[in-house]
Design a protein. Structure first.
Ligand SMILES: [Zn+2]
Ligand SMILES: [Zn+2]
Lengths: 202, 247
């Protein structure tokens, strides 16, 4: 159908390569861009190109950065004794949004997955160990996802750090705040029961 | 127009994320063997599926016929989450390996009640902190047996002489164990104890994992024998094997 419209078909094909975008959505986006004025389309194209040229990964923590080292690593006010390990840059941003953490980060760029053959060498784990050698870190916070892969990764890292003088912690998880117990699925309730903690009375 | 939904118990072997919030699950069931299921919006809302959309979970799924061979999953009730697997990387790796073997060895849609029972016990044994080497040996041996690939063990593959003593050689290309006369220069030496253990193990119910105690030598030689058999029948090397080697 689009054989006579090679330019349009090419845009559709490129858009459908994006994650979460199927053929129909790609077509809808392409038609939308067709109706957009030239100025806005140029702005989008420029933004894409400049992102590709300027954005890279921080050589210390592997978060996205526009110079060799990212904005977080260069911030003086950060607590340099705490290091929070996350799977992806998006996870780092999620923790930043909560404003409860002021330490440094390390982005692994994935999680261990035996089923997909993703082992320790495929992640930024060696780089993490180097940082632990070099930097004055006292607490390592494991904030990988609460999926099989994320839990496996946390476990593996905890194991690697066994011999180090380091406090290793894991984010708490279980029942989302503001929810009724009766509506929570059995797996989540089980994890919450397993991870229960002592109430402190003062 | 909509047909009533059916219910099947299944193990979740693997998932692939699809679109923004959907997930396609690879399931193992007793009645339908390997089966793919579509869990719409499963990643956005945990209401219908909860923790059941993760690998190694055992759950009862309600489903309807979907597009092609894909089941359209409606909801699920958890039977066992096997969270214990997340406490030990070695056990998790062995669990992944067993699951990958099943994916590689089974065809979609064939009823596999015995393999289903085997895999349920295998995962539950590892979940309860069972020995990972034992679990690996048992799952490999039993899968090979249930799928009809078991080699000749206690007798010579060619002259059928029954072994009462060593030496015994093993060469999967010639069917399994060989006596020295038949083996000539081929094969690798194997202890009588190892082939004896393997063949005794096959007489035990296939879903029993407790109570086995294999010695170092038996584990090593059995792993050699079973890897030879698996190499000869698997379409490719399991990815989880590469992971296991990295531990
Ligand atoms: Zn950085
Ligand atoms: Zn012979």
């Amino acid at each position: 159908m689009l054989g006579s419209l090679p330019t349009f078909a090419r845009l559709e094909a490129e858009l459908s390569k994006l994650p979460g975008i199927g053929g129909k959505t790609a077509a809808r986006l392409a038609f939308h861009l067709l109706r957009t004025n030239e100025h806005d389309v140029t702005a989008l194209a420029d933004a894409l190109l400049e992102m590709r040229r300027n954005v890279r990964f921080c050589r210390r923590c592997f978060h996205i950065a526009e110079s060799d080292v990212c904005g977080i690593c260069t911030q003086d006010s950060r607590d340099k004794q705490r290091l929070c390990v996350v799977q992806e840059p998006q996870d780092l941003l999620a923790i930043e949004r909560c404003r409860a953490y002021n330490g440094l980060y390390h982005v692994l760029h994935g999680a261990l997955s035996p089923l997909d053959g993703i082992g320790p060498d495929d992640l930024k784990i060696a780089q993490l160990m180097e940082r632990l050698d070099r930097e004055p870190i006292e607490e390592l916070i494991l904030a990988t996802n609460f999926t099989v892969e994320g839990e496996a990764t946390a476990l593996y890292l905890a194991h690697l750090c066994k011999e180090r003088k380091l406090r290793v912690t894991r984010l708490a998880h279980g029942i989302p705040s503001g929810s009724d117990l009766e509506y929570i699925d059995a797996g989540t309730v089980q994890q919450a029961v397993d991870g229960r903690r002592e109430l402190q009375f003062k | 127009m909509t047909r009533p939904s059916q219910r099947s118990e299944a193990l979740v072997l693997r998932y692939t994320d699809y679109g923004e919030a959907d997930r396609i699950l690879t399931l193992l069931t007793a009645e339908y063997g390997l089966q793919k299921g579509f869990a719409g919006a499963a990643r956005k809302s945990r209401k219908r599926f909860g923790a059941t959309i993760e690998p190694f979970t055992r759950a009862v799924f309600s489903w309807r016929d979907g597009r092609g061979q894909l089941w359209s999953l409606q909801d699920a009730d958890l039977v066992a989450a096997h969270f214990g697997l997340r406490n030990d990387i070695k056990r998790l790796a062995v669990a992944s390996y067993g699951v990958e073997l099943v994916e590689l060895l089974l065809h979609e849609g064939e009823a596999q009640p015995l393999i289903y029972a085997l895999m349920c016990s295998f995962l539950s044994f590892l979940d309860q902190q069972g020995n990972p080497e034992t679990a690996r040996l048992l799952v490999e041996l039993r899968l090979i047996y249930l799928l009809g690939y078991v080699p000749h063990l206690l007798h010579c593959s060619e002259c059928l002489r029954i072994f009462h003593a060593e030496p015994i050689r093993f060469d999967i290309a010639r069917g399994g164990s060989l006596c020295l006369d038949c083996a000539g220069r081929t094969g690798v030496d194997i202890a009588l104890g190892t082939v004896g253990s393997l063949s005794r193990t096959l007489k035990v119910a296939h879903d029993q994992f407790q109570g086995f105690q294999f010695g170092r030598k038996t584990l090593q030689e059995a792993q050699f024998i079973l890897s030879q058999v698996l190499d000869s029948v698997l379409p490719r090397e399991p990815k989880s094997l590469k992971f296991l080697a990295q531990l």
